[in-house]
Design a protein. Structure first.
Length: 240
C-alpha cells in the first residue's frame, strides 16, 4: 500500500513472455496493491456471450463473437471495447482509494487514449507509474513456447531455469498446463502486434510526463523483482 492523498496506478509493459504476469503478482502481494487482470475481465465479458450478442463502446456497436475470434487468433480486441470494460472497473476501484496494478492493459496507444482523460482526472499523471520489462525477440519466443498457467487460478509460470521442473503451481498447488494462445503461430502474431501496437506506448507515456522505468527482463525472476521493488520503495519513501 502506498500512503498518499491519491491512489497510484501501476502499469507493466513488455513483449509476450516478458514476465508481466509474474511480476504483477509479486509486486501486488509485496506492496498490497489491487491487481486487475485484463484477460480475466475480458473473459468475464466475452467468453460466455450468446450468439449475436453485442457491446456498445464509444458510440459503436461491436459483435462479441468477432472480438472473441480476434482474441483467439492473437490480435488485440477492439480498443474501444477493452477500454470501456476497464474504465467501468477502475471507476469503482479508484473511488475506494485502492492502489491498482494493471496486468494486460494498455496494449496500444489507442486503448490508452480512451481512458487517459479519466485517469488524469481521477489520480493525476504523477500517480501513474510504468514499468517496461525489456526482453529480446528470441527470449519472447522461447518463453512463450514453454510457458504454462495453472488450471485453478490461471497464475502464469514463466519459462525459466527457476521453473522448468515445476509440475504444480507454487501459489495454489493446481496442475500446470499450456495455453492455446501460446501456439507458435499465434505467438508470432502476438509479437508483431506488440511491436506495432504496444511499443509506441513508451514514447506516449514519456510525452505525457509520466514516470517510465525500463527493467532488464532477461534476468531471473528474483533479480527482476528486486529492481522493481527498489523503485517501488523509492516511490513510497517519497510519499512519506
Amino acid at each position: 500500500m502506498i500512503v498518499s492523498d491519491s491512489p497510484y496506478l501501476i502499469i507493466f509493459l513488455g513483449a509476450p513472455g516478458a514476465g508481466k504476469g509474474t511480476q504483477t503478482i509479486l509486486t501486488a502481494e509485496k506492496f498490497q496493491l489491487l491487481r486487475v487482470e485484463m484477460s480475466k475481465l475480458l473473459e468475464q465479458h466475452l467468453a460466455h456471450a450468446k450468439p449475436g450478442e453485442t457491446i456498445v463502446a464509444n458510440g459503436t456497436q461491436y459483435l462479441i463473437e468477432d472480438q472473441i475470434k480476434r482474441w483467439q487468433k492473437g490480435f488485440l480486441v477492439e480498443a474501444a471495447v477493452v477500454s470501456k470494460i476497464l474504465e467501468q472497473k477502475l471507476g469503482t476501484l479508484l473511488k475506494w482509494g485502492d492502489d491498482i496494478i494493471l496486468d494486460g492493459f494498455p496494449r496500444s496507444v489507442e486503448q490508452m487514449e480512451f481512458v487517459i482523460d479519466f485517469v488524469e482526472k481521477a489520480i493525476g499523471k504523477d500517480h501513474v507509474l510504468i514499468f517496461y520489462l525489456d526482453v529480446g525477440e528470441g527470449s519472447s519466443l522461447q518463453r512463450n513456447a514453454h510457458r504454462r498457467i495453472c488450471e485453478l487460478m490461471r497464475h502464469p509460470v514463466m519459462s525459466h531455469a527457476d521453473t522448468e521442473k515445476l509440475t504444480i503451481c507454487p501459489l495454489d498447488g493446481s496442475r500446470l498446463v499450456s495455453r492455446a494462445l501460446d501456439d507458435p503461430k499465434i505467438i508470432q502474431v502476438r509479437l508483431q502486434e506488440f511491436k506495432k501496437q504496444t511499443l509506441p506506448l513508451l514514447d506516449y507515456f514519456k510525452a505525457k510526463g509520466m514516470s517510465v522505468h525500463t527493467v532488464n527482463g532477461e534476468r531471473s525472476i528474483a533479480d527482476v523483482f528486486e529492481e522493481i521493488s527498489g523503485i517501488m520503495s523509492q516511490v513510497i519513501s517519497q510519499e512519506l
